[in-house]
Each structure stands twice: as structure tokens, then as C-alpha cells.
Design a protein. Sequence first.
Length: 310
Amino acid sequence: MGNGLKIGLALGSGGARGLAHAGVLEALEDAGIRGHMVAGTSMGAIIGGLYAHNPDPTQLWARLGGYVGNEEFASYWAPFLPKDENGSRDPQQRLTDIFDFMQRKLIAVKTVTRPYMQSEDKLRGPLAKLFGPISFSDLQIPLATVALDLISGESVVYTEGALVDGIYASSAIPSVFPPLEDDGRLIVDGGGPFRVPIEACQEMGADFIIAVDIPAFEETSFSTGLDMILRSNTIARQRLNRMICAQADFVIRPNVTEFHWADFGAAEACRARGYKAAMDAMPELKKQLRWRKSLPYKAKVVASKLLRMG
């Protein structure tokens, strides 16, 4: 569907919550709506890369499941997860709680005493297994991955070269993984200022942009001043993101706020939420696509151009 419209898909960041992208893409495929180009940030870049390589939802989820379901991969993120304070109070559980507490304290210390916590291979290795030695030019659908240059504050958009390089750069969470150093730039995950890469879709020539905006995890308790600072920063980024998403032609927001960004155990639930959000939005999306290909709309565009020229 689209009849001449170049549909761009802008897949936002969101960590584990971003697995909802897989459900959204499945719903779009079921409805006969396929992107002509894809832009992704962070998890959106990973899933966008899989989709651009082979836009088959079943194959995409099989590959993605193997990636996030790996025990070693899951172990990287487990210490970031908040623990249930109302859990079991038996002695064994108390020992586990103490261990978890020490892990979180160690994370806090590492964050302020070293530039990153994990080696580059901890992220690049699994990505290389997931994608192999392919380049952007090998993809079925044009792809852009969006990252951030910490020096200039500008976006860095990858559309050529080794695919793993572009996806690593877009997914290298600051303080967790080393930045990609390139020509004096320090390139990291673009999920702060470029959470949903709508501008990249525009630059690729999209006529109609479907943005998938992954809502933030809603913190409700703040035990430290750092928690409050982080929450304040999240709110600021959310306000910026709403302004950016206003530039899209259509926005899908899966209801995944209850899931933590590091909770990859919620993969299937996030996927299901993404599918539901897209299917619920499908009638309006199809209506908007019909309008954009209609003669009245085209006449309106021509009239607007003439008025500007006059």
C-alpha cells in the first residue's frame, strides 16, 4: 500500500522496550504496508537493520530472539534492573538482595570513575554474529542509523560502509560501551537528542513518515539525588522528543511504559504491545495514506506551491 508514496519508517530508541518495534513491523507487513526506507536509533537501529536486510517478520523475530535471549547478553543488563522491594524475605533471598545491591553500587562507582563499563566486543561481538560481514549496500531496503557526536553535539548518520559499524555507533550507550572514535569525533548512542530519527527519514527522501516512538519507563520512586537528576533529564528529553515527533506524518506509541529499558526478559510482551498498538492505529493510518495519494491532496499541494511562488 502507498501507491507511489515513499514511506519512511523512523524507529526510536528504548532499550528492551524497543523490542516493540518488531510487533509494529509485523502489523504493518500484515496490513500490506512496507517501508521504502528505514531510519533507526539504538534498538531501533538494530531492529531496523534486521528489517532492511530481510523484511520477513517471522525471520526477524527468530534472529532477534536469539540475540536478546543469549544468557551472556542478558547478564550484561541484569544489574541495571530495579529489584522488587516486596519480594521474599527468606535468608537466601536476602543474600541475593545484598549481592544485587552491591552490583548496583559497583555500577554507580564505575560510572563516575571510568569512561565506560564494558569492552567494545561485548556489544560488537553479538552484533557481528547477528548481522555478519555485510554492508549497507547489501540490504533490501535503504537504512540509516543515527548516532551522536559527543564533541560537536551533531548527529552522525550512517548509510554506507560496514553495517555493524553503523549499528554499533548508534547503540553504544554512553558510560556502558566505548564510543566509536572517527576523525576526531566521539560517536555514541543517539537516543538522547535523536531518539526518533525523523530527520534522517526526511533526508532519505520519504514522502510519508511513520514514526515509532517508544515511551520512557516511568520512574515512581527516587531513593537518591541522582535518581531525581536522571528523572528530570528524562522529562526534558521527553519534551524534546514530542516536538520532534510532531514532524512525522503518523506516530505509533506502544504501551510499554511499565517495562524497564534493561528488562530483556519482557521481549515477547513488548513485541505483543507493539503489534497491538499498530493494529489499533491501522484504520487511521490507512485513512491518512489514502488521503495523501488522493487527487484533492495533490491539488492542495500544487495550490500551496503556487501561492508561495506568487
